[in-house]
Write a protein that binds this ligand. Structure first.
Ligand SMILES: Cc1ncc(COP(=O)(O)O)c(C=O)c1O
Length: 375
């Protein structure tokens, strides 16, 4: 008998992480939402990294809880227990550490810290499928953990996510909540496309024109529903093959990343280099995209130069979350997040996916050098 694609995907993820049960979700954000609901948290503080994707913030808000930003380590892009300690007084119910860009967070110490303070952990491995931390798979650490298979992710199924836990009661309640979510359909797809277009513009200009931030509460009302949905069975059809190809997929990314390194001279940066030292890549890292850190005063012009030359998948993901969080959760004062701000102002994420080959990397590096020779 041929197994249904959803069941094959679950079997793969169970094998990868040694976790059970694995639930497939419409998107990873739906997993965050339903776990916070299943734990019955209301109006509780949930700690999230200050440089994560805005949809994590939306999932926390949709669950009826209060996001509080945690600044990240400047050299790793990830939160640490030192940063978390500063927020104990807010009496958080949960923390959502992320393996940012596929680079492992110190998840073992974060889990120990959290559990010693009776705080739950949702491990965000949305960008870290196939990464390991201390030789144990990303996605196997949190009280609950999430993967994403959405557009542009490592295993890009266009839509979809997974929720992993070892707690059958949590899974049962999460399953019940997810079954009530709307089905992904043309309407939700249209909403998603509209919102992506708007957000792409807004986050470029929000630091130049802070009044744009006033729009976020209204936009969250209009588009917040795209945070939680479930997928029709047919939408899982391609996932098993994507998962089966994961080793080659990751090897391709590693190969292209080392080509970017050599083409851009990242190993030999000097004091006056236009690039900042790269984020640390601990053992077990995988690369979602190539996170190039550029002097902030050059970043936007360099990005514009790449776009003018047709490199549209060079992005400033992820912008600092503080501006949006401040307007969507005005009831708490968000801390300053200087490290996340610096990373957000200096990052250009370059493509590594299977539509990108060695010639593309050489061409992108050439455009970067051309631009730098003019400044
Ligand atoms: C760091 C991070 N966490 C969570 C998510 C949520 O994934 P999804 O789009 O499947 O909801 C994303 C996706 O954009 C992400 O980049």
């Amino acid at each position: 008998m041929i197994k249904h694609p959803a069941r094959r995907s679950i079997a793969y993820l169970t094998h990868l992480t040694q976790r059970q049960p694995v639930l497939l979700t419409g998107r990873a954000a739906a997993g965050i939402w339903c776990v916070l609901r299943a734990w019955d948290f209301h109006d509780r503080v949930i700690l999230i990294p200050a440089n994560t994707c805005y949809i994590v913030l939306w999932a926390v808000l949709k669950s009826g809880n209060i996001p509080l930003l945690v600044d990240v380590d400047r050299h790793t892009g990830n939160i640490t227990t030192d940063q978390l300690n500063a927020h104990l007084t807010s009496n958080p119910a949960a923390v959502i550490p992320c393996h940012m860009y596929g680079l492992p967070a110190p998840i073992d110490s974060i889990c120990q810290w959290a559990h010693s303070h009776n705080i739950k952990v949702i491990e965000d491995a949305a960008l870290a499928l196939g990464a390991t931390v201390d030789e144990r798979p990303a996605g196997s650490w949190g009280d609950a953990s999430i993967f994403s298979f959405g557009l542009g992710k490592i295993a890009d199924n266009q839509v979809g996510g997974a929720l992993l836990t070892d707690d059958p009661l949590l899974a049962q309640e999460a399953n019940r909540l997810l079954a009530e979510a709307p089905l992904w359909d043309d309407h939700l797809m249209a909403l998603t496309n509209q919102w992506n277009g708007l957000y792409w513009s807004l986050h470029q200009y929000e630091s130049q024109n802070p009044r744009l931030l006033d729009l976020y509460p209204q936009l969250f009302n209009l588009y917040g529903d795209l945070t939680v949905y479930q997928l029709p069975a047919d939408d899982w059809a391609d996932l098993p093959a994507l998962l089966r190809d994961l080793p080659q997929n990751l090897a391709h990314r590693t190969h292209l990343a080392s080509l970017y390194d050599s083409q851009l001279g990242i190993a030999n940066l000097t004091e006056d280099s236009p690039f900042l030292p790269p984020l640390a890549q601990p053992a077990g890292s995988i690369l979602w995209r190539y996170p190039l850190l550029v002097q902030p005063e050059l970043r936007d012009d360099l990005l514009a130069h790449l776009w003018e030359n047709g490199i549209h998948d060079a992005t400033r993901w992820y912008p600092p979350l503080r501006p949006m969080t401040t307007t969507l959760a005005p009831q708490v004062t968000q801390p300053d997040t200087p490290n996340a701000n610096l990373l957000g102002a200096s990052i250009i994420n370059l493509p590594l996916d299977d539509n990108t080959d060695e010639n593309d990397v050489r061409r992108i590096a050439k455009f970067i050098h051309n631009f730098l020779s003019t400044v």
